[in-house]
Design a binder for this molecule. Sequence first.
Ligand SMILES: [Zn+2]
Length: 101
Amino acid sequence: MISGVTNSKNRRLPQRTCVACRRVDDKHGLIRLVRTMDGAIEVDVSGKKRGRGAYLCPNRACWENALKKNRLDYCLRTRLSDGDRQLLTEYSHGSLKETCI
Ligand SMILES: [Zn+2]
């Protein structure tokens, strides 16, 4: 038997797509990034911040891809500053695994 599975079959979580690899998962399986009202890019761990959001897998490869291909700029309708990029790179190196698998 598989333990730790909740019995909420009829309450499907909203599905989100990683902007780097297009993997679809529920919102708890991906990390939300948000562009806040004042234009700053933040890692939204709570998933509740107001602003335009984009989702990435919790692995470094997707973050690097998203930065390299300017996916986040596109999805967040902004241009990431060097500071934003550095913040996201540092976050990915500090908090994320190298790959999904
Ligand atoms: Zn991904």
